[in-house]
Every structure is written in C-alpha cells, then in structure tokens.
Design a protein around this ligand. Structure first.
Ligand code: NAP
Length: 251
C-alpha cells in the first residue's frame, strides 16, 4: 500500500466548497496530504477547514486570473510545495436545447470548466516542472466521452470533451519532466449540481435505463481513482481518463 501514500504532500482542490470537491479534500487529507481548498464560498471552506487540521482555505473564482495567482501563491506560502492539483471546480446547466442556449451560459461554462482549469494548471505546472514531480487530476465527466442527450447542455459537453483531450495533450507534453496529468470522468453522483435528480422519479428512471449498474454513484466510489492518480501508484500513467460511471460509457 506504500505506493498509495500521499502523506506530507500538498494538494490544491478547486471547487472544494461542496459535492465531489469537498469529498476529494477529505480523502486526500485522510491519506496524509496537506490540502489547500479553494472555491468562491469562503464560509463553506472555513467550515470544512475546521475539520481538517492540515488545510488552508482560499477564496478563489477560477475564472479570475488574479485569484488563480493568489491561490497558487497562498498554497506555496502555507506548505512550500504543490504536489497534487485536483481541477474539480465546475458548473452545468440550465438544461436547454442547443439552438436556444444563451451565449452567456456558453461563455460561463467554458470559462469555469475549461479556461479556469487551464489557467490554474499552467501556474501549478510551472512549479511542478521546476520540482520535477507532480500529479494533476482533472475532473471531466461521462459527458466528455459521450453526448448528454436528453440532458441538453452543449457548453458542458464541449468543455468536458476538451478537458479529456487537454488531459491527453498535457500528459504527453510533460511526461518526460515528471508531471503527470490524468482525468476522472464521473457518472452521476449526488452533489449540489445533481441535487434536483436524487429524489426525482423521472431522473432516476433515466439513470436506471442508461447506466448498466442502474444507479448513481455512492459518495465513496471516486476515492480509489483519486488516490490512484494522486499517488505513485499511477507513476507510469499519464494522459488517461478513467470513467467511474457504473458502465455508462461501456454501452
Ligand atoms: N455530480 C456529478 O454527477 C458529476 C458528474 C460528472 C462530473 N462532475 C463534475 O464534478 C465537479 C464537481 O461538481 P459537483 O457535482 O460536486 O457539483 P457542486 O456540488 O455544484 O460543486 C461544484 C463546485 O465548483 C465550485 N465552483 C463553481 N464555479 C466556480 C468558480 N467560478 N470558481 C471556483 N469554484 C467554482 C463550487 O464552489 P463555489 O460555488 O463556492 O465557488 C463548488 O464547490 C464538476 O467539475 C462537475 O462537472 C460531477
């Protein structure tokens, strides 16, 4: 199990104020890492940080250059190095046909899910390349691998598809300099983003029909993939996207 050890390493997790990001922060912290938790809602981050002794909460809107620079500077100031970056911040919806999707929705979804992700990656990668080591984990989606109809959100599909291919591109680019870039593509998991689906009969029927396992993921079912990519257990793995989706993308 030593290969999965991340103790003493420092991880930045974006979008850690709720949902999957909050869980990622807790799991990496439990596995021994220092965690820098970032999002816009600082009060939620402070609440999370109160349970995590080796943490620093940083208010950050990933679409803002100055916030990204400040986040990376605060992480280095707090813990010295940055060894793991989990690019998890994301938005989706509202669900609308593409021909009437508002331009603002397109721009905001791309700004958060793709440009913000790349902006932070660039800053963190400079530091990781200097230290000759680091693991970057992008949170993509099954909708970066397949289309999303009947859940109509072309901006989300475009952004997540780009994240999957950006993961390949950066993984190959930095492979011989010690920095690995991989992605997790979750199926449906409970979070603020999917809250409206959890007790909705129509949504649950759609999931039961489309997912071979017939259900949403459980809160702990991304933990293994996260720790695999974050740690030396995946030392020969880069540019890859692992779908954790109950078989959604297998059919
Ligand atoms: N849940 C699923 O079924 C599922 C499936 C596939 C992929 N994903 C992906 O998983 C990631 C996490 O989503 P979630 O399901 O956990 O939803 P969530 O509970 O809504 O979490 C989204 C997080 O992103 C943060 N965020 C949004 N805009 C931001 C911005 N401009 N700057 C900084 N942080 C921002 C939010 O924090 P603030 O509002 O505090 O800024 C929040 O912490 C997303 O990338 C999502 O696309 C989720």
């Amino acid at each position: 199990m030593d290969r999965f050890d991340v103790s003493g390493r420092t991880a930045i997790i974006t979008g850690a104020s709720s949902g999957l990001g909050r869980r990622f922060a807790e799991v990496l912290h439990d596995a021994g890492a220092n965690v820098v938790i970032a999002a816009r809602r600082i009060e939620k981050l402070h609440e999370l940080a109160s349970h995590l002794p080796r943490s620093r909460a940083v208010g950050c809107d990933v679409t803002r250059h100055d916030d990204r620079v400040a986040l990376v500077a605060e992480a280095r100031e707090a813990f010295g190095s940055i060894d793991i970056l989990v690019n998890n911040a994301g938005v989706s919806g509202p669900v609308v046909p593409s021909e009437v999707q508002a331009w603002e929705q397109w721009e905001n979804t791309l700004a958060v899910n793709l440009s913000g992700l790349f902006g932070i990656t660039q800053l963190v990668a400079r530091h990781m390349l200097d230290q000759g080591k680091g693991s970057i984990i992008n949170v993509a989606s099954i909708f970066g691998l397949v289309g999303s109809a009947p859940v109509l959100d072309s901006a989300y599909v475009a952004a997540k598809g780009a994240v999957v291919n950006l993961t390949r591109g950066l993984g190959a680019e930095w492979a011989d300099r010690g920095v690995r870039v991989n992605a997790i593509a979750p199926g449906w998991f409970p979070s603020e983003m999917t809250d409206h689906m959890v007790d909705n009969e129509r949504s649950q029927r759609y999931i039961a029909r489309s997912c071979p396992m017939g259900r949403m993921g459980h809160e702990d079912e991304l933990d293994g993939a996260l720790l695999f990519f974050a740690s030396d257990a995946s030392s020969f793995c880069t540019g890859q996207t692992l779908a954790i989706d109950g078989g959604w993308t297998a059919i």
